[in-house]
Design a protein around this ligand. Sequence first.
Ligand code: ARG
Length: 429
Amino acid sequence: MRIKIFFLAVFIFQFLNSFAQPRYKAIKAGKLIDVVSGTVLTNQIILIESDTIVDIGPSVKIPSDAEIIDLSKSTVLPGLIDCHTHLTSEPSGDYYADLFRKTPVDYAVLAPTFAKRTLEAGFTTCRDVGAAAFVDVALRNAINEKKIPGPRILAATIFIGSTGSHGDISGFSPYLHWQMPENMSGVANGVEGVRKQVRYNVKYGADLIKFGAGAGVLSEEESVGAPQYTQEEMNAIVEEAAMWGRKTCAHAHGTESIKMAVKAGVASVEHGSFLDDEAIRMMREKGTYLVADIYNDDYIMSEYKRLGYPDKILEKERLVGKTQRESFAKAVKAGVKIAFGTDAGVYPHGWNAKQFKYMVQYGLTPIQAIQAATVQAADLLGWTAKVGSISKGKYADIIAVPSNPLDNIQVLETVSFVMKGGEIILSKK
Ligand code: ARG
């Protein structure tokens, strides 16, 4: 009798076990880009236990029950990181409808699709820098809880801007009002006002703080260069965010606004279109990252008229596009820290990797461009311990492409394999 029970127990155990995922996965990588040393290694084995990389090297012992993933004909690299996305929006084709007929609920419905597209394009982490009504927090949480697929998200929540700024809605009748809870618009003024807004954002889930140091392109206020906060206000935002353990990034195209944001101590300048030598020197001295969305101009100039954007906005883009790329080249040459960020959401989600081509064209070597989207980006996020390289102890966020991106960076535009946290998201033969 006892023997029978024993065999029955063994049978049940084996039966249940046959449904269990193997504990280990082993990736055989033909080529592997070691983004930390900037070299290409060959015939590496990456051993993954659950969601973590536990070993890597040419002669790692593979446990007998491991699932083998053969990428011996591919080039393997860490999952990519985009430090400037808006996963909760994308132009629908009608500028005024987007502004006046939609609510954050419309975007919340679409956000999971945008997140999935981004992940399937090889971007396993995003720093999402501006969303309405905490949709980004909901998206981040649902992804973390594995309810929907998507990249790891660091969420900035509501963009903080002054009255009439890039973060406000300008150019319409003063009788036009939106009714929403105080602070939900992100429009905040004065030292007390901006401090309160930072607290509000943190209270409802912000991982970092984003504010508008200067004017914008895709908004109807005048000028794209002018500062939109005083030095005192910017200092207060950065200081308040730091008090809550949050980094800050600043939207800034204009020279003066860039310098003020750098002085205030932001972790990164977004866009950075009009950089002069002094701004570059200041960024170098302070170790401020430049996150420049230098693919965007192509898409805006070819599509935004059709999408119903007013001429005023297209005019501003004409001022910014080329200069921004030249500024980027100058910054690269001077040794400013660069992190990859695209402003996805201005163009269709999932096209993030199109920017690599421009980063190489404007001065980075292919390995530096990849580092900007991996190790450097992880450093900017403060997530070096978790992501950004294929190293022991980090999440198994791993992608592959059919040929070596150091020979042609554009192969990153079509990835053939994506793994996030040990889970295979995409695998094309
Ligand atoms: N969100 C940015 C803005 O409205 C987009 C700028 C796009 N243009 C560019 N050349 N990067 O200011």
